[in-house]
Design a protein around this ligand. Structure first.
Ligand SMILES: *Cc1c(COP(=O)(O)O)cnc(C)c1O
Length: 400
């Protein structure tokens, strides 16, 4: 099935075909690490599972098509899609495409683990240089790029401030400069946002989040629509070996089948909750991309869309007036929302970035990014929206 079908059909059929021997409509979980050859070097395309695995291929081909790669099987065995052992393994694999001494420009409000990998690992082990800038303003990107810049790493929306970067603007500025453009598409997913179509070279996912969608698997994804780049990623994937196992590949593929349905519900409920929160006493500020009050609402209207209508995703960030004390009370008084890190699952989660997910970010950096002590992040699940609002209303009544 090609890319001309609607997204709801693509999530189920893209890159998929029945298993050739039995006709099974879902791929069997091929656990075998090795494959028999009929004569030395004569095999059916599978030799060793780090290099090729049919269950992993099924996932990789599916996500490759969803992200808009047009590569054929002759161009690349899995259409330019790659499944990795975690989101961080996916980020790391992109960095392995660079040479020692290369310069990377990245968004300032970056996923904490990505920031840690850049600054605490790759700077030392690979000699890479990193510059962080507020890329919501393209002038900051222009000022940060140097002759040595070989990669621009975009995250949009960011975590936890939900800042948006104008993907078209980045492409317009950086194309033909010999700089790789990569986008962490974890928050938006291909249900909303298509960086490859806009001109990005690589899309990355923590499939642990919305793609898996059920908080029961850790996985990463890379997709490129460029044949030569696919060859380079395949080489690193196989050489360094951060591949996703067959069982986890199956889990992510299974999750993706309902991605279209889930994302619609996540977005609808999150929009309703964000709108409701904005009118509540005790809430100082609400950050959500499809609200007109969002500082980059115009960018959301351009690049985060479901069926042509702006869709803000499933994450909401808000600040309580009472600071740390109020947020602790609030978090202790929710009951449907689980107080937990991570996001993107069917269940609603709530967390306190300054104490939990972003504790490793230095206090002064947190402050400059706006990660206030009263700042709360929620991952809106697909429970009944009325129940979620009632839960938040109850918790709010305890702290004002
Ligand atoms: C979770 C996350 C990652 C890291 O992915 P893991 O699967 O946890 O390794 C990277 N980027 C974003 C935006 C994330 O939310």
């Amino acid at each position: 099935m090609t890319n001309d079908k609607h997204f709801e059909s693509q999530v189920i059929h893209a890159g998929q075909s029945p298993e050739p021997v039995t006709g099974a409509v879902m791929p069997p979980i091929f656990l075998s690490s090795t494959y028999a050859q009929s004569s030395p070097g004569v095999h059916s395309g599978f030799e060793y599972t780090r290099s090729h695995n049919p269950t992993r291929y099924a996932l990789e081909r599916c996500i490759a098509r969803l992200e808009g790669s047009q590569l054929t099987e002759t161009d690349d065995a899995s259409f330019g899609g790659f499944a990795l052992s975690s989101g961080m393994a996916a980020v790391s694999t992109v960095l392995e495409l660079l040479d020692s001494g290369d310069h990377v420009v990245a968004m300032d409000d970056l996923y904490g683990g990505t920031h840690r990998l850049f600054n605490k690992v790759k700077m030392r082990s690979a000699g890479l240089q990193f510059t962080y800038a507020d890329l919501t303003k393209l002038d900051n990107l222009k000022a940060a790029v140097t002759e040595q810049t070989k990669l621009i790493w975009i995250e949009t929306p960011t975590n936890p401030m939900l800042k948006l970067v104008d993907l078209h603007g980045v492409v317009e500025f950086a194309k033909d400069k010999g700089i790789l453009l990569a986008c962490d598409n974890t928050f938006a997913t291909p249900a909303l946002q298509h960086p490859l179509d806009i001109g990005f070279d690589i899309v990355m996912h923590s499939a642990t989040k919305y793609l898996g969608g059920h908080s029961d698997v850790v996985a990463g994804i890379l997709v490129t629509g460029d044949k030569e780049l696919a060859e380079r990623i395949r080489f690193v994937h196989n050489s360094a070996g951060p591949v996703l196992g067959p069982f986890d590949s199956y889990m992510v593929l299974r999750g993706i089948k309902t991605l279209a349905l889930r994302m619609k519900q996540h977005c609808e409920s999150a929009h309703n909750i964000a709108t409701w929160l904005e009118g509540q006493k005790g809430v100082q500020k609400v950050i959500y991309p499809s609200l007109p009050s969002h500082p980059q609402h115009d960018i959301a209207q351009k690049q985060m869309l479901i069926d042509g209508t702006v869709a803000g995703g499933g994450m909401i960030t808000f600040i309580l007036e009472g600071g740390l004390e109020a947020s602790k009370t609030f978090l202790e008084n929710v009951s449907i929302f689980s107080l937990a890190e991570s996001l993107g699952g069917v269940e609603s989660l709530i967390e306190h970035p300054a104490i939990m997910t972003h504790a490793s970010v230095e206090p002064n950096v947190r402050q400059s990014l706006g990660i206030d002590d009263g700042l709360i992040r929620i991952s809106v699940g697909i429970e009944h929206c009325g129940d979620l609002i009632a839960d938040l209303e109850h918790a709010l009544s305890k702290c004002i």
